[in-house]
Design a protein around this ligand. Sequence first.
Ligand SMILES: Cc1cc2nc3c(=O)[nH]c(=O)nc-3n(C[C@H](O)[C@H](O)[C@H](O)COP(=O)(O)O)c2cc1C
Length: 418
Amino acid sequence: MSARKNILLMMSGSIACAKATSLISAWVKQGHAVRVACTASASQFVGRATLEGLSGESVFDDTFAAGRAMDHISLAQWADLVVVCPATSNLINKFAAGIADDAVSTLWQAAWGRGIPQFIVPAMNTKMWNYPATRDSVEKLRCWGAHILPTAEGDLACGEQGEGRMLEPADILKTIDALLSFDDPRQGARVLVTGGGTREPIDAVRYVGNHSTGRTAAGLADAFIELGLDVSWLGARSAIRPQHSCPQIEFDSFADLQQRLTAEVKESRYDLVVHAAAVGDYSVQEVISGHRQTAASKGKLASGDELSLRLTPNPKLLSRIREDSCNPNVRVVGFKLTVGADPEQIMAAVKRLFAAGGIDRVVHNDLHDIERGRHRLAVFRQGAGGAPLRSEVFSGTRELAAELTTLITVPRPTEEFA
Ligand SMILES: Cc1cc2nc3c(=O)[nH]c(=O)nc-3n(C[C@H](O)[C@H](O)[C@H](O)COP(=O)(O)O)c2cc1C
């Protein structure tokens, strides 16, 4: 933040309050004005004298304090940005439910809709972070336009481990700065990345699968996160994971992936879906062992018997993503892997994907290139008359991610080449 800003810091009752006080000194040192509002619980964790000493201003913690009856409006008018840090699960759920029963929750609502950025920095135990109401509230607030910072993973104050831990103050400052200084409307856009391969069970221990590791998808997810996008990962249980922390959903079989992908795009508003998962073309419909015909067995089939599988073709998921999405403007990227294909065959394969509809870009790669250690990712878009146009070849996931983010603001290909 270069220009001097009026920063309204709202604190709620978490052990992370102590850490959050260092934000006040950092902002004051940078020349910003800071005012603090506290919930009653936050006052249990950090003293009024500390907050007033650091900010040089009185703390607002009582809506009805004598002489401060209009502070919940005047502070909202004063602020250039609002940072809720630490944000408890209680407060996040209150914000989403529209409850305004104390100084902080009232101020939050009074600051809403004034065109000032409102940041929420969650801090809580993993179970509280994953509590369904909290997940819904985070989603709701994000849809309404609040910036929800990610949480870190690691040791929690309660001795447990996992997501929900508050970001370190240096990372909070960096993230808020990056979000503010970046005029790019793509910042904070929501991306769903699918990766890894489906496994179709034959019995409890055997499956029909593919060689996908999910490496490219995980690399893309990490690159999107580094670009400031809000990423969710829908990955095979066996796949390589993104290194950065982000919400993760697992799938195993085609049916799993189909159900989770559909639910995810229906219920959450994504701006971009990058469908890099290697989806099996067939599911196991019937296992014929000796004279017995069964569906995929829950137990373990005896070894040594001759086995036949009846496979049934799976429907294409890619072409349904836009149709199922609650965001009609969602951008969809599909992947096409070929094996030793010549340019003509590649063009034909990409064309078939575009012909199925509902996608904005196709990323092509060839197994022979990957095996030779030359992973070339070619991005295709659709030209006039439906012919695919090859745009560029990328050798790394970072460059590819940067290219794909441009989709979030560019017009659809049909408008582009009309
Ligand atoms: C030692 C201690 C640490 C706590 N840490 C957290 C926390 O990190 N996140 C959270 O959501 N709640 C935490 N709580 C529980 C909240 O303080 C409690 O839900 C409170 O009602 C929140 O009120 P507020 O949201 O109005 O500040 C903690 C409670 C205690 C006693």
